[in-house]
Design a binder for this molecule. Structure first.
Ligand code: SER
Length: 318
């Protein structure tokens, strides 16, 4: 039987693509998209859409009951850079929304939860290369603190109340359909837009800042894979390290130049540099590969090819 799914934060970068994918897998009537406002009209007009305030338990519960939801993907969050501007709002949004969904699962309104964590749980005391699953975790951003705390609560709810919650520590996600908002890894999306529209880009990180990254299709595949795996195969109930590739702004610029030879990049690091400097360069995700057979597909060259092709089309149409 198909799951009955609610996606909270469906207008966002990952939520929107997850909505399209889950609808194609489980049918339009089984996937309810929701967000706090009508910010992404493609999503709002593409199927069932509800206004849900992730910070309001009743708002989430009403929607869960209305559609007899059994699975929730909680994609609403304030990301790292915006979180530093609004620390208390980031804490409130990221934590309250998680508690509401975990408590709905504890009370047996829903059966299964997906909640994303992030490379932001790691901090400057974490080993930077091939960062292990279990290591020093001292995040320096509010966003990272909420994700680390959330991971602890996910594991707690699983152990104490048998809640089937599954989670991935996403790296920076690169996509062309919906823009990311307020993250430190956002440059790796912006750069492609500017390459297509202006043939130049001013990067807010230094040229040699290496960070773990992933193409959206791989991120969606990982999310669908972990959620459709047998319960017994999910051995980690805090959150899995997840990795594809790592690169620097200089590497992306070079890969763009292979297609747009006169593309130019300049560097003007801002406050996001400090955040990026506290995160790992690469991630050891062997546990995910072992437990539920995770494999990534897209290399930097594949990503550049796909991003430039799709964005060229997009800007031609508009
Ligand atoms: N992409 C996120 C950010 O930059 C990391 O999870 O905040």
């Amino acid at each position: 039987m198909n799951p009955k799914i609610l996606i909270i934060g469906a207008c966002g970068q990952i939520g929107s693509e997850l909505t399209y994918k889950l609808r194609s897998l489980y049918g339009d009537k089984n996937v309810i998209a929701s967000d706090i406002s009508y910010t992404n009209l493609d999503i709002v007009n593409s199927g069932i859409f509800e206004i849900v305030d992730a910070q309001d338990y009743e708002s989430v519960k009403v929607c869960v009951e209305k559609y007899r939801i059994d699975t929730v993907y909680l994609m609403a969050a304030m990301l790292s850079a915006t979180g530093e501007k609004y620390p208390m709002q980031a804490w409130d949004l990221n934590m309250n929304s998680l508690f509401h969904v975990l408590n709905l699962a504890k009370a047996k309104f829903i059966k299964k939860v997906f909640w994303p964590s992030s490379i932001a749980i790691f901090g400057s005391t974490t080993p930077k290369d091939n960062t292990p699953q279990y290591t020093i975790v001292e995040p320096s951003t509010v966003y990272g603190i909420t994700k680390q705390t959330g991971e602890r609560w996910c594991e707690y709810y699983h152990k104490k109340y048998a809640v089937d919650v599954r989670s991935l520590r996403y790296p920076g996600i690169i996509s062309w359909k919906t823009l990311p908002g307020g993250g430190t890894t956002d440059y790796a999306v912006d750069i492609y837009h500017k390459a297509v529209t202006e043939k130049k880009y001013e990067c807010f990180l230094k040229e040699d800042t290496e960070l773990p990254m992933m193409f959206m299709d791989d991120a969606i595949k990982a999310t669908v894979d972990i959620m459709s795996s047998d319960k017994a195969d999910i051995k980690i109930r805090s959150s899995y390290n997840l990795s594809a590739i790592s690169f620097t702004p200089k590497d992306v610029a070079q890969s763009i130049k292979a297609f747009i030879p006169d593309f130019e990049i300049t560097y003007k690091p801002d406050s996001r540099q400090e955040i990026a400097d506290s995160w790992p360069k690469s991630i050891d995700d062997s546990q995910a590969r072992q437990d539920w057979n995770w494999k990534h597909k897209f290399s930097l060259e594949d990503i550049t090819k796909e991003m430039l092709m799709q964005l060229n089309e997009k800007y031609k149409e508009s």
